[in-house]
Design a binder for this molecule. Structure first.
Ligand SMILES: *[C@@H]1O[C@H](CO)[C@@H](O)[C@H](O)[C@H]1NC(C)=O
Ligand SMILES: *[C@@H]1O[C@H](CO)[C@@H](O)[C@H](O)[C@H]1NC(C)=O
Ligand SMILES: *[C@@H]1O[C@H](CO)[C@@H](O)[C@H](O)[C@H]1NC(C)=O
Length: 282
């Protein structure tokens, strides 16, 4: 009969369609965003096979494969030395690779590629970036135009960070509240010209009008916080004072007159008042 093979083929297609709902999925690379030179790092790759047979898990840095896990072969792991990577094979698993003593040139994008076996041969990849850094030394520094401020004056200043690669993040806080920066630049070190990864300092500016709510009992605290991933954190702080508006000359005379009672000081103050006015008038 001709009908039987047709029914059989139809069933096969139907099964494949239903089976298609079950497939390799959720391939995810989990690595630290940043680590120090010399650290031991575990690169993790999670995946859901959904009953598909696993064929390989391949690890890449950029386009270069450096580690392969093949459960059906013996040994089940293969390493392809690259950048002097020190791979701890004993600690590596179907879901992870352990890199010992990482170096700066291992900074880059790491990919994990999972493939299933026959009959479907699914392949899915995920990638993530990792910085291998030298924890920066030093503290951020704050420069401000002046230390006394009257209401409605514009507070101007800069904050510069210690040098790092990549350049770190700086944030202003005025009395504990985040304050937007007026500008942000990174200044690479001059001796790193031509280098692929140039260490740099971050500089941010501040330009904000001081109003009556800025001062708490005549003071405000300006802080610049420097952050470098979860590896370094520091801040610089300055305390600024409110400059009371200069009392008007007439009130000076008034108080002075009342406290002294003598006529001489009054005369003196009349003179200084005139001199002051003369200076102001010129
Ligand atoms: C990567 O850096 C390490 C340590 O500085 C060095 O020994 C190695 O030769 C470098 N590899 C390449 C390919 O630059
Ligand atoms: C802040 O930096 C800018 C640009 O480098 C400079 O022109 C300005 O004088 C600096 N201001 C202060 C208060 O240091
Ligand atoms: C700076 O902040 C951004 C955004 O929060 C973050 O993605 C980045 O990793 C930070 N850079 C450093 C060097 O900490």
């Amino acid at each position: 009969m001709l009908l039987l093979p047709i029914i059989s083929l139809y069933c096969q297609i139907l099964l494949q369609l239903i089976g298609g709902a079950l497939t390799l999925k959720d391939v995810t690379v989990t690595i630290p965003q940043a680590a120090n030179i010399g650290d031991t790092i575990t690169l993790q790759c999670h995946y859901d096979l959904e009953e598909e047979p696993l064929y390989t898990v391949k690890w890449y840095k950029g386009d270069r494969e450096f580690f392969r896990y093949i459960p059906k072969e013996l040994p089940s792991t293969q390493v392809f030395p690259y950048l002097g990577m020190d791979i701890d094979i004993g600690k590596s698993t179907p879901n992870s690779v352990v890199l010992r003593n990482v170096q700066q040139n291992m900074t880059g994008r790491y990919g994990c590629e999972v493939s299933t076996d026959a009959p479907n041969f699914y392949t899915i990849q995920d990638k993530a970036y990792m910085f291998i850094v030298q924890t920066p030394m030093g503290e951020p520094e704050v420069f401000i135009e002046k230390e006394l401020y009257e209401i409605n004056y514009v507070l101007r200043g800069n904050c510069s960070s210690p040098i790092s690669y990549p350049a770190m993040n700086l944030t202003w806080y005025l009395n504990g509240k985040k304050e937007p920066e007026s500008f942000k630049t990174t200044v690479p070190t001059t001796d790193s010209v031509g280098e692929k990864r140039r260490p740099a300092s971050t500089i941010i500016g501040l330009e904000t009008e001081v109003d009556s709510s800025t001062f708490k009992s005549g003071k405000m605290v300006l802080r610049c916080r420097a952050e470098f991933f979860n590896l370094y954190q520091s801040y610089a702080e300055v305390s600024l004072e409110e400059e009371k508006p200069r009392p008007r000359p007439s009130s000076v005379l008034g108080t002075r007159d009342a406290s002294s009672g003598s006529r001489l000081p009054r005369a003196l103050f009349m003179i200084s008042y005139v001199i002051l006015v003369a200076i102001v008038m010129r």
